[in-house]
Design a binder for this molecule. Sequence first.
Ligand code: FAD
Length: 355
Amino acid sequence: MKNLVILGGGYGGMRVLARLLPNHLPEDVSITLIDRVPYHCLKTEYYALAAGTISDQHVRVAYPEHPRLTIKYGEIIGVDIEKKQVLLQGENSVSYDDLIIGLGCEDKYHNVPGADIHTYSIQTIEKSRATYQALNNLTPGSVVAIVGAGLSGVEIASELHESRPDLRIKLFDRGSHILSAFPERLSKYVENWFDSHSVEIVSHSNITRVEENTLFNHDEPISCDAIVWTAGIQPNKVVRELNVEKDSQGRVVLTKHHNLPTDEHVYVVGDCASLPHAPSAQLAEGQAEQIVQILLKRWNGEELPEEMPTIKLKGVLGSLGKKHGFGVVAERPITGRVARMIKSGILWMYKNHRG
Ligand SMILES: Cc1cc2nc3c(=O)[nH]c(=O)nc-3n(C[C@H](O)[C@H](O)[C@H](O)COP(=O)(O)OP(=O)(O)OC[C@H]3O[C@@H](n4cnc5c(N)ncnc54)[C@H](O)[C@@H]3O)c2cc1C
């Protein structure tokens, strides 16, 4: 029996399971999924968990069950590619025949001193819970700084305003406009929303240091009661420590069939993979679909396609609290209640009709 080991039951890992189970897994292949969390977590909703507008249970989805699927809970600390083994903290290592690494990403602090120690995060479920506790225990009038006004910074700032309108929220961003990756019309729409909801945007900021309850913008101290970091991501530590070729963002360089150039049995999916798009759940799922096709062909001894099709992305949607949203769908900017309703609908579909 061959063992396919999947590291991480995130969006990429779950899509692999959804496509192989229940009917497409060859009889001579078993799967071991390893994750530190006993359920699939909806990372795209961590901003709402941290803000306190949804419950913890809302972001959990049960892993599938199958006679040839073993789910192992544990902390992955490394991969020995030579020996084909996954190293776990305090437990025996796990051997694989084929491996898919889908461990997602972590905060990137850009060498800002103190940022890793004195800021809260929404990159893992454990950290989002800690952020929830900190934000929701603040006294009225407390100042919350959110560093980084990309999608997740904007989502947590607006959701927190909805959850705690008594807080003074400041959103710090390097650029002259927030949401720099989005069309200008959307940036302006979101800026107006923040303006009318008393969320302060601090443009052209440069966070040079963080101390306990103090953010230094261009070296000027600003007193804060809590600071949330949403100013950058990097691949998971396990992947950062892998001795394989990486791109300028530390993501693993892969062949067109999504495996390491030096090992056709090791695939990387999602935020840790070097792909021609910004990391997203959608991209992780699209890539996972292709990895499954390649695995099935290799297991069946079939020829691999010369070229893989481009992974199609449907667009990006962000929320501004529970009633408004923004995004780009089919290359068109959309704003307002419709954008929010589509986003909620996609989440509902994901939770109720996976696979
Ligand atoms: C606030 C926020 C909003 C977002 N909104 C969107 C959106 O609207 N649309 C979109 O497409 N994308 C969105 N994203 C991005 C999206 O969540 C990620 O791109 C996606 O989760 C990547 O999927 P993945 O499979 O690579 O990893 P993940 O989904 O992050 O899964 C990684 C898994 O690995 C496990 N793991 C990690 N390290 C270890 C370890 N050492 N040992 C054991 N287990 C480990 C984790 O527990 C987790 O289950 C958002 C992200 C955030 C933070």
